[in-house]
Design a protein around this ligand. Structure first.
Ligand code: AMP
Ligand code: GLY
Length: 432
């Protein structure tokens, strides 16, 4: 079967790399892809938001399955458009994807269905005065979130009342996040460790993948600004098998039931961003797609045929729910970023050592922000440039961490930056 993957980052490289291992996959296409993806998939120069162009391509090339990587096409309704034409596609329809594209919807949905999450209030633009008064009386810290898609930047954790009231006015009055911030969610700050759990679902049944931990801050020790993710590892000991089972029963299952009951049957990957608190797992956010960089560890660890799983989820034919996945070994991904990221950075730096790093055993160099310069050299073209993943089926996590860094050390470009502590939280947890 020929397969089209939509997107161009590390997540899509991991998807394409994993799908390429399925004996059932014929030609793989990726729109638009990147130089790393091009080693497994034919690049198609159509943008992910060009729903009509992608649909025409898929029809003309008799694509048997389209897999959507990023959230924007889902929020635009690409799945609705493909389904209307009888084309198979992996991902939720627009009304189901609302669980990511409207945080207010997600919170009110969770409240309706008793899904554990932080206490919250929603305020609209015209309620700015009430919002200011409310946050000035909230226990601190308090969390403010722009309702719409803001590329991971729409969240402010405010530690003083002054910070909170000024955040309200920057979002609701000054339009700091544009239309995404016209409605804000004010929520209780949750204490605990964060983890990500992906459920691949057909709307009724689901398969949980290995629980992962992202590293969102730019510097070691969780210092500095929030980023798209500086590295990940899986499985994380923070989500014990018992907690994972609770995530399935208390979060994933009621979410799927609730979505179906509201006429928003959810098919695809449901990403639960969790806080593991003293009283159990609680939802920080839902995403309507695989996470990045978590996919770069979770997909390599997955032992089954990914094509089979994605088809069953798309067709509504999963035969069983798996909420205690068997995970053998561990995977660690270190993201190499451009100097200055997540603020301004320069592009076009020559990248050396990718081939040397990728030839190491069970080591993958997933591309995110790279391109081929006119002279044929590989150069940087984004903030997050590469994701270097080591996969080990045996041995302790610290050996997998060492393997990932061994590969990272072979790669260089001017100004490159990476965290040196990916996975350390797991080692500390194991020592407790
Ligand atoms: P989100 O985009 O909703 O995942 O938020 C981005 C980050 O902000 C999360 O990964 C958390 O680190 C932090 N955050 C969001 N909501 C909360 C909360 N209610 N309590 C504590 N931290 C939070
Ligand atoms: N790793 C965070 C995300 O994919 O949204």
């Amino acid at each position: 079967m020929d397969v089209l993957v939509i997107g161009s980052g590390g997540r899509e490289h991991a998807l394409v790399w994993k799908l390429a291992q399925s004996p059932k996959v014929g030609t793989l296409y990726c729109a638009p892809g990147n130089p790393g993806i091009a080693t497994h998939a034919r690049p198609v120069s159509i943008q992910p938001t060009d729903t009509g162009g992608l649909l025409t391509f898929a029809r003309e090339h008799a694509v048997g399955l389209t897999v959507v990587g990023p959230e924007q096409p889902l929020a635009l309704g690409i799945v609705d458009a493909f389904r209307a034409e009888g084309m198979r596609i992996f991902g939720p329809v627009r009304r189901a994807a609302e669980i990511e594209w409207s945080k207010a919807f997600a919170k009110e949905f969770m409240q309706r269905h008793g899904i554990p999450t932080a206490a919250f209030r929603v305020f609209k633009r015209e309620e700015s005065a009430e919002a200011s008064l409310y946050v000035s009386r909230c226990p601190l810290p308090v969390v403010l979130k722009a309702d719409g898609l803001a590329a991971g930047k729409g969240v402010m954790v405010c530690r003083t009342s002054a910070e909170a009231t000024s955040a309200v006015s920057s979002m609701l009055e000054a339009g700091a996040f544009g239309s995404a911030g016209e409605t804000v969610v004010v929520e209780e700050f949750l204490e605990g460790e964060e983890a990500s759990v992906f459920a691949v679902t057909d709307g009724l049944r689901y398969v949980l993948l290995a629980p992962a931990q992202d590293h969102k801050r730019v510097f070691d020790g969780d210092q500095g600004k929030n980023t798209g993710g500086m590295g990940a590892y899986a499985p994380t000991p923070i989500v014990t098998p018992d907690i994972l089972k609770r995530v399935g029963r208390e979060i994933i299952a009621p979410t799927l039931r609730g979505m179906a009951a509201e006429g928003r049957t959810y098919r695809g990957c449901l990403y639960a961003g969790l806080m593991i608190t003293g009283s159990g797992p609680r939802v920080v956010e839902f995403n309507c797609r695989f996470g990045d960089p978590e996919s770069q560890v979770v997909l390599p660890l997955h032992e089954g045929d990914l094509l089979d799983l994605l088809i069953a989820a798309s067709d509504g034919t999963l035969t069983t729910t798996i909420d205690r996945p068997r995970v053998t070994g561990s995977a660690v991904c270190v993201v190499i970023a451009s100097g200055g990221y997540p603020d301004d950075y320069t592009k076009g730096k020559v990248i050396r050592g990718v081939d040397a790093a990728s030839t190491l055993e069970d080591t993958m160099v997933f591309h995110a922000g790279t391109r081929i310069a006119p002279d044929g050299t590989l150069v940087t073209s984004g903030g997050r440039v590469l994701g270097v993943t080591a996969l080990r089926r045996t041995g302790p996590l610290n050996a997998t961490i060492a393997a990932a860094y061994d590969a990272v050390h072979r790669i260089s470009f001017e100004g490159m930056h990476y965290r040196r502590d990916i996975g350390q939280k797991a080692l500390r947890k194991t020592l407790e």
